[in-house]
Design a protein around this ligand. Structure first.
Ligand code: CIZ
Ligand code: SF4
Length: 313
């Protein structure tokens, strides 16, 4: 914590004290700002956060510095704990591409085609899915489904990723669903960065467009990209994902050079979590930040989440 300004360090210390006093664990996504990442009990991608939350038993409360669906997974998997979100406005906009009504309609029209849903959706919509996945296990789950045709909601780029790697047909539902942050990366910009750093490997998230996926050396979730860089014998990397992961890599891999693949790779929804909002939630535990899921929806999601975690091993 030593490189942060005094004001930030003071806030971090206050949060660490409040966390003990009020019996909280802090779970942060890799897209959080560095000052949040370093005070978290655990910082990772959504799959690892869900696995951690499921087993967490060292405190009675958890706060997710992340977006809603990640906190919902924690609440569903570990219902004896109280789960809070660091800012109740932190919502992944990709979920709007897969409303519950549309998912019901798809299942009614094509009951025989497996419906695989990305976890970046609402719990109510996800309850309609046959299978769910994160960016870390999309290929594993699709392989297990073992069908030549699947419907996938709501990220068209992730659908392309599965289709191109497994050589099956993956229908994107809706046709243009995507992540507003990853959609902005483009191959031309990345090729220019590569011209300046010819030895760098190119890594991208599967939410990036096909033209970006096609020029990569590795595609994976943030935790998978992190591991790839740490384990690699290479020293330079161009990384097409949100800035929080690049900052984590810069902090934790001292001898590696990390280059941005876009001028401003920032997810403003993730960034709605701040030290101030986290301090406020831990101290006051306001109702509107408490994450609850209606019982019937939670039950269906629990089955899907547990199946997904089991199939990711
Ligand atoms: O699954 C996640 O955590 C997301 C949304 C991104 C990533 O790869 O960490
Ligand atoms: Fe959602 Fe994209 Fe932000 Fe991830 S980076 S939380 S998919 S908007």
């Amino acid at each position: 914590m030593s490189n942060f300004p005094e004001k930030i360090k003071n806030l971090q210390n206050e949060i660490l004290k409040l966390k003990e006093k009020h019996d909280f664990l802090i779970l942060a996504h890799n897209y959080q700002v560095p000052e949040i990442q370093v005070i978290a009990d655990f910082c990772a991608d959504s799959l690892k956060l869900a696995e951690f939350a499921k087993k967490a038993d060292s405190a009675n409360n958890m706060i997710f510095a992340a977006v809603w669906f990640m906190a919902e997974s924690g609440a569903i998997l570990n219902p004896t704990k109280k789960v809070y979100i660091g800012n109740y406005e932190a919502f992944c906009p990709m979920a709007r591409g897969a409303p519950e009504k549309l998912m019901k309609k798809i299942k009614t029209i094509n009951p025989e085609i497996p419906l695989m849903m990305y976890i970046n959706t609402t719990a109510a919509a996800r309850a309609q899915a046959d299978y769910i996945c994160t960016s870390a296990n999309a290929l594993k789950i699709a392989k297990l489904i073992n069908k030549p045709l699947i419907n996938f909601a709501p990220d068209k780029n992730m659908a392309y990723y599965i289709q191109s790697k497994l050589n099956i047909t993956v229908n994107p539902i809706p046709l243009k669903g995507c992540c507003i942050v990853h959609e902005k990366f483009d191959a031309k910009y990345i090729k220019n960065v590569k011209k300046d750093h010819p030895k760098a490997l190119i890594l991208a998230h599967p939410e990036c467009r096909p033209e970006v996926q096609e020029i990569t050396d590795f595609i994976g979730s943030t935790s998978q990209m992190f591991k790839f860089v740490v384990d690699s014998e290479f020293d330079e990397f161009i990384i097409a994902t949100e800035i929080g992961l690049l900052q984590k890599l810069e902090r934790e891999t001292k001898n590696k050079k990390i280059y941005k693949a876009h001028d401003k790779p920032i997810c403003y929804n993730m960034k709605k979590n701040t030290l101030e909002s986290i301090k406020y939630v831990i101290e006051k535990q306001p109702e509107e930040y408490l994450v609850t899921v209606p019982e019937e929806i939670a039950e269906k999601n629990k089955v899907l989440l547990n199946e997904m975690i089991k199939n990711s091993q």
